[in-house]
Each structure stands twice: as structure tokens, then as C-alpha cells.
Write a protein that binds this ligand. Sequence first.
Ligand SMILES: *[C@@H]1O[C@H](CO)[C@@H](O)[C@H](O)[C@H]1NC(C)=O
Ligand SMILES: *[C@@H]1O[C@H](CO)[C@@H](O)[C@H](O)[C@H]1NC(C)=O
Ligand SMILES: *[C@@H]1O[C@H](CO)[C@@H](O)[C@H](O)[C@H]1NC(C)=O
Ligand SMILES: *[C@@H]1O[C@H](CO)[C@@H](O)[C@H](O)[C@H]1NC(C)=O
Ligand SMILES: *[C@@H]1O[C@H](CO)[C@@H](O)[C@H](O)[C@H]1NC(C)=O
Ligand SMILES: *[C@@H]1O[C@H](CO)[C@@H](O)[C@H](O)[C@H]1NC(C)=O
Ligand SMILES: *[C@@H]1O[C@H](CO)[C@@H](O)[C@H](O)[C@H]1NC(C)=O
Ligand SMILES: *[C@@H]1O[C@H](CO)[C@@H](O)[C@H](O)[C@H]1NC(C)=O
Ligand SMILES: *[C@@H]1O[C@H](CO)[C@@H](O)[C@H](O)[C@H]1NC(C)=O
Ligand SMILES: *[C@@H]1O[C@H](CO)[C@@H](O)[C@H](O)[C@H]1NC(C)=O
Ligand SMILES: *[C@@H]1O[C@H](CO)[C@@H](O)[C@H](O)[C@H]1NC(C)=O
Ligand SMILES: *[C@@H]1O[C@H](CO)[C@@H](O)[C@H](O)[C@H]1NC(C)=O
Length: 716
Amino acid sequence: MLKVRIDLSVQLFSFLVMNFLFSHIVTFESDATRDRDSNWASGLCPENCTCKMMDYPKYKSFFNKTVVCIGVEFVNNVFPENVPLDVQILDLSHCHLVRLSFKLPLKNLRFLDISFNNLKMLDRQIHKLTALRRLIIQNNSISYLQNGAFSGMMFLEVLDLSNNQLYSIEPHTFGGLNYLKKLHLQGNRLHHLSPQWFISMPSLGWLFLSNNLIGRLKANVFETLSGLFTMKLDGNRITHIESGAFNGLTHLRILDMTDNQLQTIPTQELHDLPLLQYLYFDKNPILRIPYHAFHSVNLTMLTMSYMPELKVIEKESFSNLKHLVTLQLHDNSELVYIDPKTFVNCSRLKNLYLHNNKLGSVSSVLKDSLPALKTLHLYNNELECDCNAMWIKQENLKEKSNTTYRSVLFGDSMLKCSAPPSKKGKLLRDLPLSDLNFTCAPVLIPLFKNRYNLSIGEELHLECYTMGLPFPQISWRLPNKTILRKENLQSGRYKIHNNSTFILKYLYETDTGTYSCQAQSVSGFDVKSTYVTVNNKPVRISPEYVAGNFITISWNGTRNQWSMTGYEIHYRQSDRSDKFQIIPLDRRLRQFRYTFTNLTPLTTYMFCIVYVFETELYTVHCTNITTNDLDLNEIGITHINSKMVVGVVTSIFMLLILGCCVFVIRRVGKRKDYLEPLYSNDTESLMDVIPLESMYQGQTTSAACSSRTSLIQSQD
Ligand SMILES: *[C@@H]1O[C@H](CO)[C@@H](O)[C@H](O)[C@H]1NC(C)=O
Ligand SMILES: *[C@@H]1O[C@H](CO)[C@@H](O)[C@H](O)[C@H]1NC(C)=O
Ligand SMILES: *[C@@H]1O[C@H](CO)[C@@H](O)[C@H](O)[C@H]1NC(C)=O
Ligand SMILES: *[C@@H]1O[C@H](CO)[C@@H](O)[C@H](O)[C@H]1NC(C)=O
Ligand SMILES: *[C@@H]1O[C@H](CO)[C@@H](O)[C@H](O)[C@H]1NC(C)=O
Ligand SMILES: *[C@@H]1O[C@H](CO)[C@@H](O)[C@H](O)[C@H]1NC(C)=O
Ligand SMILES: *[C@@H]1O[C@H](CO)[C@@H](O)[C@H](O)[C@H]1NC(C)=O
Ligand SMILES: *[C@@H]1O[C@H](CO)[C@@H](O)[C@H](O)[C@H]1NC(C)=O
Ligand SMILES: *[C@@H]1O[C@H](CO)[C@@H](O)[C@H](O)[C@H]1NC(C)=O
Ligand SMILES: *[C@@H]1O[C@H](CO)[C@@H](O)[C@H](O)[C@H]1NC(C)=O
Ligand SMILES: *[C@@H]1O[C@H](CO)[C@@H](O)[C@H](O)[C@H]1NC(C)=O
Ligand SMILES: *[C@@H]1O[C@H](CO)[C@@H](O)[C@H](O)[C@H]1NC(C)=O
């Protein structure tokens, strides 16, 4: 009896001591307690689990009272909880658990692994685990997290919620996790990020958001994460990085943006990351790396590979990258051009990977601008084996003849020629130096397709780069054989930018034809062409109802007839030459017919549908319509007069009923309020312009309205 009492009091005492120690985050254990615990948990252990003191590989630490139940199938898939109360490490992964119901206060639990189960939500009881350092919940089916979900776990350092179904996380879900270091949210269904999630996490160093559905990074979303070191955003759908999105990330070193939908390089935003060293930017649909895209960023390594759309690397796109050592620009299957002056002040660049691209040449100027270059991968490109490849050949030869010389070029045996035709398929190293002429004919690198099918008002944008020695001059040829150069260009719809880009604004149907880019030098000539078709808009107008003093016309042909933004109807008497009257068809006009009133009987009117783009007007289609004799019409109206009276009475009656219904519905259920926007507020301002039957046409929901319309139609 006495013994039991002593035992109990010892246990009570040690329990108190432990509590005291843990609540003060003391991380040592006295020898005495350890001896007493050596046969820890004998007898008290869930069936098929292991309960002992051991170093646990998944959680290496000082704490080692471990209960491991990996893969155990519990009755009803619920954890039985007959565990020693002072368990420190608990592994319940792969147990098919559907519910957690911790009723016990496991006040010493440091590590809980409940990954690979079937949990759909988090148990409120989880709050009792106040000593947790690591909580692993990956690969469950949790879809939402509520405010305060982890409250009480104030010492939590690692929270792994990866590969769940999370689509909703309330703003203060992570409130109180002031010591959190790693947050894993990858592999979920998150569409957006909330800045509130991160408010109380000054120590957060790693943030994993890969493989979600995030589409946009909003300004200041990471503002409070000044301690963040690594951020992974790969495998999302990011199309837009708002200015200021990276504000506050003053310690970020590693940023992974691989496999997103970014079409431009966030040049400005990168400057908000003063310590960024590693930037992964592969697999984004970027077309070009423009001038100063990466300017004065403190990067050490940058990757921009596997970009299926990348075609051009422009002049000075990498400038003042004083710490850049490695640049990966390989496996960009459309990359045809890299400017000789791409690199400025990249004095430490050592490794440049340009293999598996479609480059015709890499200038010796480019190589010479990189004093620290040690390795250059150029294999599997489409090399022009003319003077452009001369320096490559010379490097080869130097290395062969001088055993102490190390060429920067890697993969000599893989450098194959793609042009000129006589050398296609040959290895560069097998060609004699004399074969590589000191001049080389111009080679054009067009970035345009063979055909374009455009629509009036659009813009033609053709881009063309060239190589050759001496450097060729570029000109552009129009369908009427006129040659345009930057010099002979007067202002107007034609523009030439940086010699390499031809722009024709406000296309008309008459601009249809062949456009060519030409390059010329003393050593030759090259030309590349494209055929451009300019189509009229497919919109047509036709009379719908003709009377003595009014005409209703309708139009068709656009994919979305409701959206006629940019179109106008111009009309006047066809035998007069006075000004057209103009009716804009903007989006508020929710119908595709229009009635012109106050017309003169037996007169021909010309109606044109006109497309307006910026300052240009395009006549899309015109038609002449003659009004009827007024008498005929009056007969028509008298004829249906009785019908009309009945119709109007019915309409008023139904409107009244409708009004009552609306009133009742509003009274009864507030939820109906969401219907409101259907009755566009904008329509009111058009009331005075548009005849009634036009107004109501779009809102077929109202029964009262159709009778008015049917009146008009019954005359057909
Ligand atoms: C963990 O358990 C083992 C085996 O019982 C023991 O030898 C070791 O001292 C313990 N380690 C710590 C850090 O408590
Ligand atoms: C323990 O394992 C045995 C054999 O695999 C199994 O038959 C039994 O149902 C298990 N018990 C529990 C509680 O999972
Ligand atoms: C974990 O989840 C991921 C993503 O849902 C899935 O691809 C993976 O197969 C899962 N792992 C296991 C072992 O179920
Ligand atoms: C740039 O990065 C280097 C290390 O790559 C670091 O030593 C240096 O302090 C950084 N410079 C700035 C201005 O942050
Ligand atoms: C390259 O560095 C020099 C000297 O630091 C500087 O004068 C020049 O403007 C830099 N060039 C570019 C393009 O930044
Ligand atoms: C051989 O190459 C080394 C290293 O580049 C150079 O210092 C040396 O002058 C070269 N020797 C000859 C004979 O070109
Ligand atoms: C080198 O140039 C000369 C004249 O410029 C030309 O006749 C010859 O065919 C060229 N050789 C090669 C290999 O292109
Ligand atoms: C060009 O586009 C128009 C409409 O956009 C279409 O009707 C026509 O068939 C297209 N022509 C070709 C050659 O694709
Ligand atoms: C060819 O078209 C351009 C642009 O429309 C025009 O400026 C030029 O006068 C035309 N030339 C001829 C010969 O028609
Ligand atoms: C032309 O080049 C300059 C820098 O050389 C650049 O700023 C500009 O954006 C380029 N224009 C176009 C249309 O590419
Ligand atoms: C548009 O209307 C005209 C005349 O009513 C008709 O001939 C034409 O087929 C219609 N076009 C389309 C695309 O519906
Ligand atoms: C309409 O009539 C005017 C004047 O009679 C004529 O010039 C014009 O070509 C006609 N338009 C159409 C589309 O028939």
C-alpha cells in the first residue's frame, strides 16, 4: 500500500516536474528520470504499435519516448488512445484514420505524424497538444482550415499540410504560431494567398506553395515575412505578379517560380528582393528576354530553361549581374537568337548553358564579354557553319595544339552544322578552318509565321533578326513593293523599331498581301516573307421591320452578339450628303436590334455598321432601306388596334402582378437579393434613347414584357 502511494507520488512529482520543465522549454532531462523511464510504457501500448524509448529517424531530437503505429488498422479507424500520457513522439501515418479524437492531454507530445490518413477535418481536441514542435498532416483530405485551427501550439516549428485538398484557409488560421519555421502548403487547391495567414510568423524561413492553383501574386502579400529564406511557388498558374508583391521579403535567398504562366519577367519586382541568390524561372511562356530584364540583381544562379515560347534574348538583357556565376538557358526549343551584347558587367559568370536550343550562332563578342567564363555548352543547336562559327573552330584548334589551353566549349563532338546547305549535318570539328569564310552572307532569323489571318483594326507586328559579316542592313517590303527602311520612314501607320521590328497599326482590308523582311550586305542578300490576310468583321445588318416612320434593324455575325463594344450605327438619308447620325452600340445595349423613329415615309435611308478603333473608323457593312407609305402603315395599325388595347391592358395587369411578386419575394427572403444585378443599373441612362421594345428584349424573364414585343411581331 505504502509502495503504491510512493510510486504514485513519485509519478505525480515527476509529472509536475516534467510539466514545469516543458512549459519553460527546457531541453534537458535529468539522469534520474531517464533511469526510471528505461522500461517505459511496458504494458500500456495500443495493439500492433511499438512503444519504447528510442532515437526516431523521422524526428531526431533529445526527446525519445516513442509510439510508432505506422500502418496499423485501428477499430473503426479511430486511434484508441491507450498510450502513455508522457509520449513525446507519436507516429500514426498510413493508419486509414478518419477521425482524430484526442481526449487525453498529451502534454509532452513533441512530434505528431498523422500523414497518409483519411482525415477530412482537424479535430478541435488537437489544441491540447500544446508542446508540439512538429505536426505532419500531409496526404490527407482536409479541405478547409478555420481561424485558430492551431491555437495553443505556440512552439510549433514545422507544420506540414501538403497534398491535402485545401482550398479555403481562413485569415487567422495560423494565428499564434510565432515560432513557425517551415510551412508546407504544397499540393493543395489554393487559388489565392492571404497576407493575414503570415502575420505572426517572424521566424518563418521556408514557405512551400508549389502545385496549387494560385493565379496572381497580390501586392504586399508576403509583407510580414521578413525572415523568409526560401519560397517555392512552382507549379501554380501565376500569370501576374503585382508591383510590390515581394515587398518585405528582405531575406529571401531562393525563389522558385518554375512552371507558371508568366509571360513577362518581373524585372521591377525582383529589385524588391535584395538578397535573392537563386532564381528558378523555368517553364514559363515567355517570348523574349527584353533589354535590362535582369539588371543589377544580386543573383548567383538563374535558370530559364524549358521555355517552349522563348525566341529572342535581347541586347543587355543581363546587365550588372556582378554575382552571377551560373546561367541556365538550355532546352528552349524555339530560341533562335541571342544578341552579341546580351551580357554587360557579368564579370563572374562562369557557367553558361545554351545547349538544346535553336541558335544559329553565338557571337565571339558574347564570349569575349565574359571574362570569367569557364564552361559554355553549345551542343544541339542549329549552327551556321560560316564565319559565325569561326571562333568556335579556332577554340578547338587552340586546345588541340596547346595542351595547357582549356577551351570554354564543352562537347566538341556534338557541334553539328545546320547551314549552309553544303555543310548540313557535318561536325564542325571536321571542317577545315579555310572553309569558314571571313565574310558571311546575311542570314535572317524571322520570328513570324508564314501566314497571318487578322481582322480590321488589329496590329501587324513582325520581327526579324539578322546575322552576317559585315553586319547586314534590314529593310521591309510592303505588298505594293515599296521598300521601307528606318531612314525613309515618315510617320503614319508604319513603324520600325530597333531595325528588327516592323509594326503596322490599324489594319484595313486593303493591307492584305505579302510582307517581307530583307537583309543585305556586300556579301549577300536574304529575304523572308509572310502573307497577311485582313478580314472584315463578320457583322451584317438587315431590316427587321419597316414601317412608314420607323425602321427596326438587327445585326448578326459576332460570336457574342451582346457584346458590340466598339461598333456604331451610322445612318442618314441615302440621297443626301449631310452628316451621318451616330448610335453607339455599347455593352449596355442588351439586344441586337434597334429601332429608328421619326423617319420620313417613302424615303431611302442608308444604315452602316461601323467599327471604331481608337481614332480609326471602319465601315463593316451598309444597307439601304426605304420606308413604307405612311397610309399603308396606319391601316396596319388600325387593323390591330383592338389587339393592341387588349395587349396593353394585359401588359399592365401582368406588370402589376409581377410588381406584387417582386415585393413579396423581397419581403420573404433576403437571399433573393443576388438577383438584383440582372436589372442592370446602366440601362436607365439609355431609357431616353432606346424605344421600349428594344429595352425589354434582353430580359425575357418577365412575362409581361413579351406581349409588347409580340404586338410588333404580329404585324409581320
Ligand atoms: C533514447 O533512448 C535510448 C534507448 O533507450 C537511450 O539509450 C538514449 O539515451 C535515449 N536518448 C536520449 C537523447 O534520451
Ligand atoms: C493487429 O494485427 C493483426 C495481424 O496483422 C490483426 O489481425 C489485428 O486485427 C490487428 N489489431 C489491430 C487492433 O489493428
Ligand atoms: C500524396 O499526395 C500526392 C498528391 O495528391 C500524390 O501524388 C501521392 O501519390 C500521395 N502519396 C501517397 C503515398 O499516397
Ligand atoms: C549580394 O550577394 C552576395 C553573395 O552572393 C553577398 O555577399 C552580398 O552582400 C550581396 N549584396 C547585396 C547588396 O545584398
Ligand atoms: C558596367 O559597369 C560600369 C562600371 O561599373 C558602368 O559604368 C556601366 O554603366 C555598367 N554598364 C551597364 C550597362 O550597367
Ligand atoms: C597555351 O595556353 C596557355 C594557357 O592559355 C597560354 O598561357 C600559352 O601562352 C599558350 N601557349 C602557346 C604556345 O600558345
Ligand atoms: C567564301 O567566299 C568566296 C567569295 O567571297 C566564295 O566564292 C566561296 O564560295 C566562299 N566559301 C564558302 C565555303 O562559303
Ligand atoms: C481567317 O479568319 C476568318 C475569320 O476570322 C475566317 O473566316 C477564315 O476562314 C480564316 N481564314 C484562314 C485562311 O484561316
Ligand atoms: C504603297 O503603300 C504605301 C503605304 O500604304 C504608300 O505610302 C505608297 O505610296 C504605296 N506605293 C505605291 C507605289 O503604290
Ligand atoms: C529598342 O531597344 C531599346 C534599347 O536598346 C529598348 O529600350 C526598346 O524597348 C526597344 N524597342 C522595341 C520596340 O523593342
Ligand atoms: C446574318 O444575316 C444575314 C441576313 O439576314 C444572313 O444572310 C446571314 O447568313 C447571317 N449570318 C450569320 C453569320 O448568321
Ligand atoms: C445606297 O444608296 C446610295 C445612294 O443611292 C448608293 O450610293 C449606295 O451605294 C447604296 N448602298 C448600298 C449598300 O446599296
